[in-house]
Design a protein around this ligand. Structure first.
Ligand code: S3P
Length: 185
């Protein structure tokens, strides 16, 4: 593990839609790599002093994205860690640049059934409040998947035990870093 840890010199940034497993996979991945885990949504809530749900209600999505940009910059300037992001973070061009400059991005790609199953376990996501979650997620998949596809690494986040997805992510990161090393002079 320590050998692997020393190879990771940039923050691992998990991106993907709501319900793709960014927090649960991120937490396990951090443990496996021996790195700290940070949840960007929780950091935004701590900085704002209220829940994301309340923040959206009081100030709207544009203000939320501004706060998200600031928090993501601060986190990516800090020590190397595993960072799970809110589903819209990587969609914001400025935040995407911040991630590209300082992190290794991993898209956790999941199908609609998996996403729906997972988002059904919570009801505090502002973007899913006004309408049918299946329709909203389908529209978000159309809109956002081509952008998530710009991530450095793509891994399928499946319905099975989280350990299987963690295994795949860890292997993909090792292969990605090995590829970077091959490119170095
Ligand atoms: C959002 C996803 C949420 C949260 C906010 C907006 C999005 O995070 O940041 O509600 O735009 O997809 P999760 O992906 O962790 O649910």
């Amino acid at each position: 593990m320590s050998g692997r840890r020393s190879r990771i010199s940039q923050t691992i940034v998990l991106v993907g839609l709501m319900g793709s497993g960014k927090s649960s996979i991120g937490r396990r991945l951090a443990e496996r790599f021996g790195l700290p885990f940070v949840d960007a949504d929780a950091e935004i809530e701590a900085a704002a002093g209220c829940s994301i749900e309340d923040f959206f209600e009081r100030y709207g999505e544009d203000e939320f994205r501004k706060g998200e940009r600031r928090v993501m910059k601060r986190l990516l300037e800090g020590p190397v860690h595993v960072l799970s992001t809110g589903g819209g973070a990587f969609i914001d061009p400025e935040t995407r640049e911040t991630i590209a400059a300082a992190g290794i991005s991993v898209w956790l790609r999941a199908d609609l059934a998996t996403l729906l199953d997972r988002v059904g376990r919570r009801n505090d996501r502002p973007l899913l409040k006004d309408g049918d979650p299946s329709e909203i997620l389908t529209a978000l998949m159309d809109e956002r998947h081509p952008i998530y596809a710009k991530a450095d690494i793509t891994v399928d986040s499946t319905d099975g035990p989280p350990r299987q997805t963690v295994d795949r992510v860890a292997e993909a990161i090792d292969a990605y870093i090995a590829g970077l090393d091959d490119d170095s002079p």
